[in-house]
Design a binder for this molecule. Structure first.
Ligand SMILES: NC(=O)c1ccc[n+]([C@@H]2O[C@H](COP(=O)([O-])OP(=O)(O)OC[C@H]3O[C@@H](n4cnc5c(N)ncnc54)[C@H](OP(=O)(O)O)[C@@H]3O)[C@@H](O)[C@H]2O)c1
Length: 306
């Protein structure tokens, strides 16, 4: 699979990351088939979080591959911390350190390639985050750092104290959840599409070489289901299917190719647990839809241009 550089580092990662939030829905042998099949496709970047399945996703994953050092060195593992199951967010040093230790234990590894702070903590003390990152890096427990669901000022605040570069920002982004893109087309206008909800996070990440990792690339709303083959989106599906026909690929491939066509060099995080669909996602890395096709899909999802 094609590779991109993660943020401003020289760390090369596959264009598509495999999200593991739903892996605890698989039986052990299915999880084994899925993870090994993903690696055979070159999709060896796995996205986790301490909170997924309350830790069970990390466990199912490491058991599925019978994790040991020879397996570990063939994969890139990213995990996240900062959301606590008792419904609070926590970027304290104590929580970050204990969360990473928990992930390492469940994943049966002694290091994470990437650690993301999962969701902004209103009570964040960036000096504490900086201490936690230093300790994790010095102990060899985490090699690279990033954030998720953060706006530009939140990242700037962290980066004022944290000496490691923030390499990635994982954000909700799909064809039907693309306000970070559409607001840029409606600057200074009175309609709702002009509402800047994220402080121009897309431009900020491009300006600062932070890789955007779109999460839920096929979902609409807040985990309401996929927009593909969904009667709620007839016009969008008609356009996607027409373009899929032209390239002789599936609609899944085209929906993924739409994200990859954006020049920000994003790294989408898939959620499927179906190897066939993952294959379709991976195929998107080799397709470049045209400018006209990108805009046709953008408009068919309910956007308009001034
Ligand atoms: N940072 C954050 O705050 C955050 C939040 C949520 C998720 N994430 C990450 O993002 C990853 C992806 O999230 P997600 O699972 O919501 O993403 P998604 O890829 O948009 O959705 C995947 C779900 O859609 C289903 N699906 C149905 N038709 C599909 C099609 N044609 N193509 C693809 N999937 C189809 C899949 O079922 P099948 O399995 O049957 O294919 C699966 O249940 C997660 O695993 C996690 O790593 C991060």
């Amino acid at each position: 699979m094609k590779k991109i550089q993660l943020g401003k580092s020289d760390f090369q990662v596959p264009t598509i990351a495999v999200g593991c939030m739903r892996i605890n829905g698989l039986k052990a042998h299915e999880a084994e088939q899925f993870v090994k099949g993903a690696m055979d496709l070159g999709a060896n970047f796995f996205d986790h979080a301490d909170i997924y399945g309350n830790g069970t996703c990390e466990e199912v994953f490491s058991q599925a591959v019978q994790m040991d050092s020879s397996v570990r060195e063939k994969m890139i593992i990213q995990s996240k911390c900062g959301i606590r199951p008792d419904v609070s967010f926590d970027f304290s040093k104590e929580h970050i350190l204990s969360s990473v230790d928990g992930s390492l234990k469940r994943l049966k590894t002694d290091y994470l390639d990437v650690l993301l702070l999962h969701r902004p903590d209103a009570l964040v003390e960036p000096e504490e985050v900086a201490e936690a990152f230093d300790e994790l890096e010095n102990a060899g427990k985490v090699r690279h750092f990033g954030v998720s669901n953060q706006n530009p000022r939140q990242i700037m605040l962290l980066q004022k104290y944290v000496k490691q570069p923030i390499l990635a920002n994982q954000l909700q982004l799909s064809i039907t959840n693309a306000t970070m893109i559409s607001q840029g087309q409606h600057v200074n206008m009175l309609d709702d599409l002009a509402i800047n909800r994220d402080g121009s996070v897309l431009d900020f990440c491009r300006l600062n070489d932070i890789t955007i990792q779109p999460w839920s690339p096929f979902q609409y709303g807040w985990f309401e289901g996929t927009f593909l083959d969904n009667d709620k989106f007839p016009e969008l599906n008609a356009v996607i299917n027409k373009i899929a026909g032209k390239y002789q690929v599936s609609n899944t491939t085209i929906a993924m190719a739409w994200l990859l066509r954006h020049p920000a060099s994003m790294q989408p995080v898939t959620g499927t647990m179906n190897l066939g669909r993952l294959k379709d996602c991976v195929k998107a890395a080799d397709i470049k839809i045209s400018r006209e096709e990108w805009y046709e899909i953008f408009m068919a999802s309910g956007n308009n241009l001034p």
